[in-house]
Design a protein around this ligand. Structure first.
Ligand SMILES: [Mg+2]
Length: 303
């Protein structure tokens, strides 16, 4: 655990460094508020800060106010360590955003247990952030394939349409359906069908760019959003994907299974101002329907 020590006295920094080092902490030193503020803006910043009050450039109170104004997450737990004593100073420090207040000269035992209290708080917050992130993923992703779910996809298409108008670029949509998927499920069972879906998801990832969004729209239907792609780019992704699927069998617990996909594609240019996400989905869906009628294992693109 990293601890930031902010003090203009070299002697105090050395004493703290010695103690904290003995207790197993990694110490990062700053000789005033300004230097501390620079450290706190970097990645991997310490989560706990021991801050002196009286310092040149930026004092402890100013530093606390800046931390509370600009750093929301993850929380920085702050202990003001100062020669100032008395209720009015404690009140001022806590009002500025300090979590704790210790008077110098400090009792090392007191500092040790107060630090432990701070670590408990930062750990709790880490767990809360992780739990919230997990919930966010559950709400936006399909649990089987780990791709985006339907509602996340629709939101992203809306965002990409307005972004493409802002950037004056096109955006492509692919709607993909596994051919005769029902017969795979009927012949081999749903568990094997799921294995095919998971592998299709992986292959879609390898056939697209990092900033393309892939999602599961329904049972065996998928959508890929292709930012900055016009007709040619959309078609080339579609064909690359289609060939990768039909030329390599899916490996399942019931042995290799050959399958193909049909693709419906469309794209929108920045001049089509009034295009809505449902229009794009509807057109791609129509193109997919046409691809199915044309004998499957092919791509159809509609404007
Ligand atoms: Mg000082």
């Amino acid at each position: 655990m990293k601890i930031l020590v902010v003090d203009d006295s070299e002697m105090t920094r050395l004493i703290l460094q010695g103690r904290l080092g003995q207790w197993g902490y990694e110490v990062i030193n700053a000789c005033d508020g300004q230097e501390a503020w620079e450290i706190l803006q970097k990645k991997g910043r310490p989560r706990i800060a021991l801050i002196d009050w009286m310092m040149p450039n930026m004092n402890g109170i100013e530093l606390l106010e800046k931390i509370r104004q600009y750093i929301k997450e993850p929380y920085i737990y702050t202990i003001l360590l100062t020669a100032k004593k008395g209720k009015e100073h404690l009140l001022e420090a806590m009002t500025a955003g300090a979590d704790d207040f210790i008077s110098k000269p400090f009792d090392p035992h007191i500092l040790k247990v107060r630090l432990r209290a701070g670590i408990r708080i930062t750990k709790l917050q880490e767990e809360l952030i992780a739990a919230r992130e997990e919930l966010r993923i559950q709400a936006t992703h399909d649990s089987l394939t780990q791709l985006f779910n339907r509602s996340a996809l629709v939101d992203m298409i809306t965002r990409e349409i307005s972004r493409s108008q802002r950037d004056n670029s096109s955006v492509g949509i692919l709607m993909i359906d596994i051919d005769h998927f029902k017969s795979i499920n009927d012949t081999y069972g749903h568990l094997v069908g799921d294995q095919v879906l998971i592998q299709l998801a992986q292959r879609m990832k390898t056939c697209t760019r990092q900033y393309d969004a892939i999602g599961r729209y329904g049972g065996e239907e998928f959508i890929i959003i292709l930012p900055q792609c016009g007709e040619q780019e959309v078609l080339s992704v579609a064909e690359r994907l289609r060939k990768s699927i039909c030329s390599n069998a899916f490996e399942t617990t019931s042995g290799p299974i050959n399958a193909s996909i049909s693709l419906g594609a469309t794209w929108v240019t920045p001049s089509e101002q009034d295009c809505q996400e449902e229009d794009l989905i509807r057109i791609a869906d129509k193109a997919l329907y046409q691809a199915k009628n044309n004998g499957r294992n092919c791509t159809i693109i509609f404007t």
